[in-house]
Design a protein around this ligand. Structure first.
Ligand code: OXD
Ligand code: MN
Length: 595
């Protein structure tokens, strides 16, 4: 346990407000996991999957009103409104606490409040951070067991320090009558709040039991709160996967990549390269925390211990390593349940003749709807991944050679493009755009500009965030900073067909980047950056026409020119917080395009 006064006082304060029947400290043990998963089976929240199919694994189905992150109910409650910036919902911290205190009052009645001490990042790493979540959801406890390092050992590092993130989470469904039956997925769909207090490093979440709304270590702590802390302390908290790339000669480089949600980050992090002799191994699939090392390079850790991945689309073809990872000790949310006690989702394999869909209704391939929710998820331990890199938990992190930015763009943006400089790379990251997916509520397909894929996850003013990127560049040595690339696996031709096969073939682009980092591969200078000469990209054995390759590597001068007004509008929202360096990059792009 702990004698940490400020922690104990805070727990008392929250317990007095939420009035749970009991307070339980989580030790992160297997015994605890088994006990809680069994209690959820008994309560009808979990169904244990067949031991023959997925040992020690469970499926649960959420309330239909609680299936994704809710950006319109996510708040950054900085003291000053202008510090939240135009891309976040702001609310005054005192007002927000006042109104949420009303909701929290007695909200845990009939329930247990779990105290979850956790470390984001390997315990004791100088890049890791500690947090404590108080939650009334056993689903959150079990998911946190997989996604973070949970348990009393965290207190050995924390000691009496006040330096920890305080998270409060309630599903917002008190059991007020003595024998009131619980719901399989208790929540409060019409009354959700995901509130962040960046100055005091607090998170208050209410009404949702799902994913990033409820597993507070992930998006709330490791991105929104951590991004504000990273700005204050001179490091980086980014929405990036981290992969290890090894050449046939055995040389290793680490690459971090930012894509908006549901754009294939998990697939890229675990990819099986199609080019001979090259190897990809995984460090992380969603978040990177980075600090300068003594040698002046940026070192990254994965703050998480598991993968909370989008299930639909994951298959032995698209991501065999994820399929291998999820074969046991996993939690599946909003997938379909098959007759033989396994899970299924769209594109996983041939559809089963019958199943129970995520809404618990009978389903057959003839049903006019998907069996799994498009944002159905698996929660799986990273250490089970067959391609997890040996050093994935190295407390000092791994030195990053390249950053990749990208999104889903059917047109204009080429397959790969190297920036001229850190500033130009920051510019490319700042104008990142993608067609919307199912990970967040909203209309699918719409184009959204999402700087560094951080739009839903930046805990402060996006203009200041871009300034922080420029500052990091000024702090580092140009030749030691990661090189920056913009990539687009999602180009289509005029008839809507994919131009690039993607998946393992993306290793061809990684190889070019690897070689560029050693000044070995050729590139042509274009108005938008350095692009591979068609001969510099290794396409041996790839079935692609010259015409399609030319389209993938062409610079669409008119297309880019027509993006400029949209970029100016995008920049205008940041007002005078937009770094002048980025305005200059935009003007330079316009000049280089010469239109
Ligand atoms: C995620 C997301 O769940 O980005 O990782 O939405
Ligand atoms: Mn993500």
């Amino acid at each position: 346990m702990t004698t940490n006064k400020s922690l104990l006082n805070w727990i008392d304060e929250i317990a007095a407000m939420c009035t749970p029947d009991e307070v339980t400290w989580c030790d992160g043990s297997e015994e605890e996991y088994d006990r809680l998963t069994q209690s959820m089976v008994d309560a009808g929240t979990f169904i244990r999957l067949s031991h023959d199919k997925k040992p020690n694994s469970f499926i649960c189905r959420s309330d239909p009103g609680d299936v994704a992150r809710v950006e319109d109910r996510t708040f950054i409650c900085s003291e000053k409104e202008e510090d939240a910036g135009p891309t976040n919902n702001w609310s005054d911290p005192i007002e927000m606490k006042k109104s949420m205190s009303h909701l929290y009052k007695a909200c845990m009645q009939g329930r247990t409040m779990y105290v979850i001490p956790y470390s984001m990042g390997p315990i004791g790493s100088p890049i890791s951070k500690i947090g404590v979540i108080l939650t009334d959801s056993p689903y959150v406890v079990c998911s946190m067991h997989i996604m973070a390092r949970v348990g009393m050992k965290v207190f050995d590092v924390l000691g009496e320090s006040d330096d920890f993130v305080r998270g409060v989470h309630s599903v917002g469904y008190p059991l007020t009558e003595p024998k009131q039956p619980d719901l399989p997925w208790p929540c409060n769909p019409d009354n959700k709040y995901i509130s962040h207090f960046p100055e005091t490093r607090e998170i208050w979440s209410y009404g949702s039991g799902y994913g990033g709304n409820a597993l507070l270590g992930k998006k709330c702590h490791a991105l929104r709160i951590a991004s504000a802390q990273a700005r204050d302390e001179g490091w980086m908290a980014e929405h990036m996967l981290i992969l290890k790339l090894t050449s046939p000669e055995g040389t290793v480089k680490y690459i971090a990549a930012a894509f908006p949600s549901a754009c294939g980050k998990t697939n890229l992090a675990m990819m099986d390269p199609t080019i001979k002799g090259w190897k990809v191994e995984t460090i992380g699939d969603d978040i990177a925390w980075m600090k300068f090392g003594e040698d002046g390079r940026l070192y990254a850790i994965n703050p998480e211990a598991g993968f909370f991945g989008v299930a639909p689309g994951t298959s032995l073809d698209s991501n065999p390593n994820a399929m291998e990872t999820l074969k046991e000790n996993s939690i599946f949310t909003n997938c379909a349940l098959t007759k033989d006690g396994d899970v299924w989702w769209e594109e996983m394999s041939e559809a089963p003749a019958e199943a129970v869909d995520w809404l618990r209704r009978p389903w057959t391939p003839e049903s006019n709807r998907t069996a799994a929710h498009p944002n159905a998820r698996f929660t799986i331990p990273a250490q089970q991944c067959p391609v997890i890199a040996d050093e994935w938990e190295d407390p000092k992190g791994v030195p990053i050679s390249a950053f990749l930015f990208g999104g889903r763009r059917a047109s204009v943006v080429p397959l790969v493009n190297e920036s001229f400089s850190w500033e130009h790379g920051t510019f490319l990251g700042s104008i990142m755009s993608s067609e919307k997916t199912a990970a967040a509520a909203g209309k699918i397909g719409e184009l959204r500009r999402d700087p560094m894929a951080m739009l839903p996850f930046c805990g402060y003013h996006m203009g200041d965030y871009l300034r922080h990127w420029i500052n990091i560049g000024q702090q580092g040595d140009a030749d030691k900073l990661p090189k920056i690339y913009y990539i687009n696996w999602f180009r289509k031709d005029e008839s809507g067909k994919w131009l690039w096969p993607g998946f393992g073939e993306n290793s061809r682009v990684l190889k070019w980047i690897f070689e560029r980092c050693d000044n070995q591969a050729e590139a042509v200078e274009t108005p938008i950056g350095y692009l591979p000469n068609p001969t510099a990209l290794d396409i041996e054995g790839l079935d692609i026409s010259e015409e399609n390759l030319a389209k993938l590597l062409a610079v669409d001068i008119e297309g880019w020119a027509s993006e400029i007004p949209g970029i100016r509008d995008h920049y205008a929202q940041f007002g005078d917080r937009l770094p002048t360096e980025l305005d200059k990059e935009l003007n330079n792009l316009e000049k280089r395009l010469g239109t």
